[in-house]
Design a protein around this ligand. Structure first.
Ligand SMILES: [Zn+2]
Ligand SMILES: [Zn+2]
Length: 464
């Protein structure tokens, strides 16, 4: 049972989830008994079956989606989402659910075993929200895609007695706190011997793409310590910590002009002093640094460190800089998985198309995700799916804005999430059933590991 009191509405949703949990398998058995369903333009003999299953499950998944959207929880505090999703899966035949897996309180692993050994295909569900913005990154939709994709793939396994394993991981704290990095370090994915990792993320309408081109990132906190003094009577006796920070901020602002477009720094000054008539003896700020890759992040970080040191050098203030743990690597999309996704997307979509892949891959990277770290350890895909407002208009803001939060809560966005879940389930069943596909995925993975370098040693140097 839930470890804390849920609202009446959430409890009702849990009960509703329990009802679908036990009712939907029969639906699929009935459909599967009739035909494997391969329409003329289908990309897989199983896609129609997946599609029918998720269409039937959509109303119940909508309740789960709404419950998460209406109860936004910050990273590592997603207790309601964790309990809702695990409760849902515990009620379904064949699912073995481990709550708070590997000691990470709001992470979970839900495993469905087929009829014998075979590929291990995993899905990730994110469900953390943003401070003061709710689900403005649409992680309620990511949870819906992960849950829907995993149960649909599992039902195909059940109906056709396919060998292999489907796993849904609950991956908390994607926004800045590196839940998946922590799970990697704890051995969650290794212990389950996953072969591939699947998830998808919403973006503004029209942004559909199988390729997540994201940046490597690190985060840091800094403090300057000066010396207080009377601001008028004896300012010469003081060391101005606020000046140190302003100077550093000015330096890095100028540096931006001499940087690559993919080298970024952004942050907030959180404290500059407390009294207007006292020379500030303490100032604080936090910054996030991004580059196209881990390799590029290192020299960019070193240039920025000089700006922070300049503030200290010029004012005499002491600098205390702390790099946060759990930096994110850029995401590498497995080409074989991307092609499978594109095929299913084309089969399912009547009015949307994906961009030409060769042009699509030339996009500049933007944003960061801890799925990037997974992508360097296991073959991964993290497509973006475009969402619209309920009335069909484009959200007037990108992820991390209030308008996107509204769009992410719409039924229209839910329907797109269901369509995306169908494509991911299609990939999963391809991996389970297409001869040689897993081998091809692994060859592609090894090839890109060899041709792309990854050096994430910079943090160790900085904290020494
Ligand atoms: Zn976000
Ligand atoms: Zn996000």
């Amino acid at each position: 049972m839930a470890r804390f009191a849920l609202s009446t509405a959430a409890t009702a949703l849990l009960l509703a989830s329990r009802s679908i949990a036990s009712s939907t398998p029969h639906l699929l058995h009935r459909q599967a008994a009739g035909a494997t369903g391969n329409s003329a333009n289908s990309s897989s003999p199983y896609l129609e079956e997946i599609s029918d299953f998720l269409d039937a499950a959509s109303d119940e998944l909508w309740k789960v989606n709404r419950a998460i959207h209406e109860n936004p929880e910050l990273g590592y505090k997603e207790y309601k989402a964790h309990d809702l999703l695990t409760y849902f899966l515990e009620g379904r035949d064949g699912w073995n659910v481990t709550r708070s897996t590997h000691g990470i309180e709001t992470a979970f692993a839900a495993v469905f075993k087929g009829s014998g050994d075979g590929p291990v295909v995993s899905f990730n569900a994110e469900y953390d929200a943003l401070q003061n913005l709710g689900h403005a990154c649409g992680h309620n939709l990511i949870a819906t895609v992960g849950l829907g994709g995993a149960i649909a793939a599992a039902e195909v396994m059940r109906a056709h007695k396919l060998p292999g394993t489907i796993i849904l991981f609950g991956t908390p704290a994607e926004e800045s706190l590196g839940g998946k990095v922590k799970m990697l370090e704890a051995g969650v994915f290794r212990d389950h011997k996953i072969d591939v990792s699947l998830m998808a993320h919403p973006t503004v309408g029209g942004g559909d793409s199988p390729y997540a081109l994201t940046q490597s990132t690190d985060r840091l906190d800094l403090e300057y310590y000066g010396k207080p003094a009377h601001a008028a009577a004896a300012p010469y006796q003081g060391v101005n910590a606020q000046d140190a920070l302003v100077l550093a901020y000015s330096a890095l602002s100028m540096l931006r002009q001499q940087s690559l477009a993919t080298d970024m720094v952004h942050g907030v000054i959180t404290s500059g002093g407390t009294s207007i008539n006292v020379i500030p003896d303490k100032s604080k700020a936090s910054f996030q640094i991004r580059s196209a890759s881990d390799t590029d992040l290192k020299p960019w970080t070193e240039r920025l460190l000089k700006c922070f040191e300049a503030g200290a050098l010029a004012t005499g203030a002491e600098l205390n800089l702390t790099m946060r743990p759990y930096g994110y690597s850029n995401h590498r999309t497995n080409e074989v998985l991307a092609k499978s996704y594109a095929r299913h997307f084309a089969s399912l979509s009547s009015n949307e198309t994906l961009p030409d892949p060769d042009l699509d891959k030339l996009r500049a990277p933007g944003g960061s995700t801890d799925q990037g770290n997974i992508s360097w350890e296991f073959p991964s895909i993290h497509p973006f799916f475009g969402i619209y407002n309920e009335d069909g208009s484009m959200p007037s803001g990108a992820p991390h804005t209030a308008p996107f939060e509204v769009a992410a809560g719409s039924k229209r966005a839910h329907n797109k999430a269901i369509q995306t879940a169908k494509s991911l389930a299609g990939i999963a069943v391809d991996v389970l059933t297409v001869d040689g596909m897993l081998k091809e995925i692994k060859v592609e993975f090894e090839r890109t590991v060899k041709t792309q370098s990854r050096q994430r040693g910079v943090r160790a140097t900085l904290t020494a």
